[in-house]
Design a protein around this ligand. Structure first.
Ligand code: ADP
Ligand code: MG
Length: 497
């Protein structure tokens, strides 16, 4: 080989090595910036042991304030539910379940044997987008029409006076309950913002909607979804003390001693010693909550700025969107996905079902994660193995923060009920949970259990059973309708409802 040829080969090899060196250096620099930012976020989003305790303690403090009728972000609403299905109910009942994304028509036929369910039908109906903001009367007419069509397929017909179908209403929005079947809507949450409902009685509005379409019914009870879940689960197991929702939104209720509900003190002595309290915990606001800049941005562009802080950090409606905002921050600050990523700019383009699929991607190379980023976000930029790993880490971080806060809430409830092991031997306590996020997001459930262990100690946490109550809110509302029809509630008769 001539020396000239040798020289140019050497030069070429040198240039290639230098280019490789620059590329690797550039990558390393980038990935170290990504790792640094991830580390910073992890520190600010996750709580250490004392942070967890602070959230729990502020939660406890605000619960007591809410029960006393003092200023608190927790409404602590007495559910006025003093009848729980006993299993002795008979007959055919209907219920409507209005949650956050869908609404359901429910039917149950209760047989002669104790607790015997002869038939159940649940039909899930999608809510057309315009009904999230249409006048409330239109939304209620839409629901009544769906229910009548459903009821007719089951042989129900228009009845007079005492033969009217009995309907339970699972209405998952904060209401001030006046009796078992009357109340006032305090505010809309989640995606709903229908004018003409706040301050009104949802039961009356529903009965009016049925009247408008000439199919009168008796709406005998209105329960919140958490209360429905608790009622459905307690029917089978008396150690169920908490009902919890983790779906589009989040909320919980629990069994409280009536003497602790100071704001009810004016009312005459009650027959029962306990009352189910709907916490409306999605609205929990506290300096102890780890909220970052992207949380505040999400909040200010939401339908209800300033409200529902805990819900925005934890529930299915928001986790996907929080993740999208974090990915955008990484793209802008660390050059993830090439830096400028118009695909990441669209609010709502990444949903919680998407991020839970990413979290469940257990492949080494993260192929499914890449597929989801391409199909859901339309990301066309080339992703490296490390990019996909980073996305998986971010998704898990968002789920971990949510699980920590939910665990702190559960721990606060257990303390309030004196069932967290600090007041005596730890008792087995069941938390009945319904909602799409809890049902489908396995990795989240695991994180929740480990966060509970951290905050309560492993021994105490092992006495807590998180039980998925499938269709709990719907089943609770329909069996409650049966109970309300058979055994008039004292709350109901006193209110003259
Ligand atoms: P709702 O809250 O409207 O009563 P669901 O309890 O069925 O309805 O919850 C639906 C919500 O659950 C969806 O909006 C979504 O946020 C969440 N969800 C559904 N599927 C999944 C999933 N695979 N992983 C995580 N979250 C999910
Ligand atoms: Mg629901």
């Amino acid at each position: 080989m001539s020396s000239n040829r040798q020289k140019s080969l050497l030069l070429l090899a040198g240039a290639a090595a230098a280019a490789g060196f620059v590329a690797v250096g550039y990558r390393t620099w980038h990935s170290s910036r990504k790792r640094t930012l991830l580390g910073q976020m992890r520190k600010r989003m996750l709580l250490d042991d004392s942070g967890l305790i602070e959230v729990r303690d502020d939660f406890c403090k605000q619960m007591v304030a809410g029960l006393n009728g003092e200023t608190s972000s927790l409404l602590m609403i007495p559910s006025m539910v003093d009848i729980i299905p006993s299993g002795n109910e008979r007959g055919r009942y209907l219920a409507l379940d209005l949650g956050g994304t869908n609404f359901r028509c429910v039917y149950i036929k209760l047989g002669d044997g104790k607790g015997q369910i002869e038939d159940v039908k649940i039909e899930q109906c999608e809510i057309p987008e315009h009904h999230f903001t249409s006048p409330a009367a239109d939304l209620f007419t839409f629901m009544a029409e769906k229910m009548v069509a459903f009821a007719k397929t089951l042989g129900f017909s228009r009845g007079h006076a005492s033969e009217r179908p009995v309907v339970g209403f699972c209405f998952s929005f904060p209401c001030q309950h006046i009796s078992l079947n009357s109340g006032k809507l305090i505010r809309w949450t989640k995606k709903f913002n229908n004018p003409g409902a706040v301050g009104e009685d949802p039961v009356r509005m529903l009965e009016d909607a049925f009247d408008r379409i000439d199919f009168p019914v008796d709406v005998d009870c209105m329960v919140n979804d958490t209360v429905g879940v608790l009622a459905a689960a307690r029917y089978l197991d008396s150690s169920v003390m908490i009902g919890m929702i983790l779906g589009t939104g989040t909320n919980a209720c629990y069994v409280e001693k009536i003497d602790n509900v100071r704001k009810l003190a004016q009312t005459p002595r009650r027959r029962r010693q306990t009352m189910i309290i709907n916490i409306e915990w999605g609205a929990f606001t506290s300096k102890t909550l780890p909220r970052l800049e992207f949380d505040r941005d999400l909040d200010s562009s939401s339908a209800n700025p300033g409200e529902m802080q805990l819900e925005k950090l934890t529930s299915g409606m928001y986790l996907g969107e929080v993740t999208r905002r974090i990915l955008l921050q990484f793209a802008e600050q660390t050059g993830l996905f090439g830096g400028s990523v118009p695909e990441l700019q669209t609010p709502g383009s990444l949903t919680t079902p998407d991020t839970s699929r990413i979290d469940h991607d257990s492949t080494f190379f993260g192929g499914p994660t890449g597929d989801i980023l391409r199909s859901e976000l339309g990301l066309s930029h080339w992703q490296t193995f490390w990019d996909r790993q980073l996305v998986r880490d971010i998704v898990r971080l968002v789920a971990q923060r949510s699980s920590q806060l939910i665990a702190a809430g559960i721990a606060a409830l257990l303390r309030q009920m004196e069932r967290d092991g600090t007041f005596g031997p730890m008792q087995r306590t069941v938390v009945a949970v319904d909602g799409g996020m809890f049902a489908h997001y396995r990795a989240f459930r695991e994180e929740l259990l480990s966060a509970l262990e951290r905050i309560m100690g492993a021994e105490a946490a092992h006495q807590i059973v998180l039980k998925h109550q499938q269709d709990g809110s719907s089943m609770g509302a329909v069996t409650m309708a049966g109970a309300a029809a058979g055994a008039p509630s004292q709350w109901r008769s006193e209110a003259g409802g």
